[in-house]
Design a protein around this ligand. Structure first.
Ligand SMILES: C[S@@+](CC[C@H](N)C(=O)[O-])C[C@H]1O[C@@H](n2cnc3c(N)ncnc32)[C@H](O)[C@@H]1O
Length: 238
């Protein structure tokens, strides 16, 4: 996997911007993922080549769209660590919280972080909409990322409350998310966000193009948000 990762990072123009050990660490992460996937449901992708492209390089491409150095980031619904773990490996100065409502995968991610010798990475077992109500979490992160967790109108209420004014919410989406985006626009504004132009990127070695939706936090999230999950789902903020 290492050579493929190196080639992919090079195609993205990132190889000389990431630490020398990053390709080895990503390959080891991929190996551990496939090994553990035999006994725990971590990913539907079982081909190493596809793990590199659709997990590692997909997440690495975020570095072409935003600056992560020295930032504090929470990855909401991280699952098996995407994109949070990949970003941490590529940008060691990033202070990362990998947050998920499912504990099993977080325990495994903690082991991966230890095996790879990563510090400045925390796993947190919590529901995003509940954790954001705790002091020190609201309006306090530079960046929030999320991939494959919920539609943008629901996801915005889970993620935007964490972002401090001046920070950004980055949602990894399919390229055909126009309708999803327009449904979410009014809610994003209510939550204190301002939509910026999205950025499309093609995963090296594939014809897959994904879209990074970018939202700047321009004012604090009003009191009362996020609401409980049942409420968020039943009447999405509009
Ligand atoms: C389909 S997985 C995606 C995982 C990873 N982001 C990826 O792209 O491979 C969705 C993850 O979001 C988590 N999740 C869903 N709703 C959540 C919530 N309200 N708070 C925290 N985690 C949540 C699930 O437990 C699951 O691990």
């Amino acid at each position: 996997m290492k050579e493929q990762i190196q080639a992919g990072l090079s195609a993205l123009g990132l190889l000389d911007r990431v630490p020398a050990q990053a390709p080895d660490q990503l390959a080891e992460y991929g190996r551990l993922l496939l090994e553990k996937n035999q006994v725990m449901n971590l990913t539907a992708i079982t081909d190493p080549d596809q793990v590199v492209k659709l997990h590692m390089l997909d997440c690495a491409a975020l570095l072409t769209c935003a600056d992560f150095a020295d930032k504090r980031l929470v990855d909401v619904g991280t699952g098996a660590g995407f994109p949070g773990m990949v970003l941490k490996i590529l940008v060691p100065s990033l202070d990362v919280v990998l947050l998920d409502s499912l504990n099993k995968r977080l325990d495994w991610l903690g082991e991966v972080a230890q095996t790879l010798g990563l510090s400045g990475i925390q796993t947190l077992h919590a529901r995003a909409e509940e954790q954001a109500l705790h002091p020190g979490w609201r309006d306090s992160f530079d960046l929030v990322t999320s991939r494959a967790v919920a539609s943008l109108e629901l996801l915005s209420e889970l993620c935007l409350p964490y972002v401090k004014v001046g920070g950004q919410f980055l949602a990894m989406k399919a390229v055909d998310c126009e309708e999803e985006l327009s449904r979410a626009a009014a809610g994003i504004a209510k939550l204190g966000g301002t939509l910026r132009p999205s950025q499309d990127y093609t995963i090296p070695g594939t014809e897959v193009t994904h879209r990074l939706v970018r939202v700047d936090k321009t004012s604090p999230t009003p009191k009362g948000y996020p609401r409980r999950w049942a409420k968020i789902q039943k009447s999405p903020i509009r």
